[in-house]
Design a protein around this ligand. Sequence first.
Ligand code: SF4
Length: 211
Amino acid sequence: MNLKELVLEVANRLEQHNSSPETELIHENPRELLIAVCLSAQTTDKKVNEVTYKLFKRYPSWESLADSDLDELTAIIRQVNFHKGKAVRLQKAAQVILQQFNGEVPQNMNDLMKIPGVARKSANVILNEAFNKAEGIVVDTHVSRVSKRLGLTKNTDPKKIEKDLMEILPEKFWRNFSGNVVLHGRYVCRAQKPSCAECKLNDICPSAFKV
Ligand code: SF4
């Protein structure tokens, strides 16, 4: 099996199990998703969901977030890692979205990356989840680890991993591949003690039972 056949097999098998993978970040609209994604760096989705429950009630619009008191905002998100920097960037993000994008979350990579706190990975998640679009492949810690174990890349830099995956995987699979591999990495191919015996990829994975 060559690399293109392998990645297609992986994508198809994971998709059979879950044809519509969704983020575990709780949100009801693109604004809430963007905020949750910005908070999620170096923090579990569970912790972000605990914080956003209160945050979304306190700041129900971009206007309220843009005009927020920074100390109060920082206190509300203090449970997430790097909360001080994230509070500053969230407030700036709200201001930029109001000033440059008429209060609407942009629907393309280029504009999304003009927003403070939104890097390429976050932009990919927002496009996937809020707009069902894919301009790239989300490469987080799970996608990095699983892709390496499956032999889909030798790189460690997320941008290079994303490029490798985009070269071998047809575009129509990008959205679901990201979502499914994140979930696979979180619940099956974990960093410590992956569940190779229960893994539906164990007959095609070069790392099976070796990690
Ligand atoms: S077989 Fe093991 S190492 Fe390979 S993808 Fe599955 S859980 Fe991960």
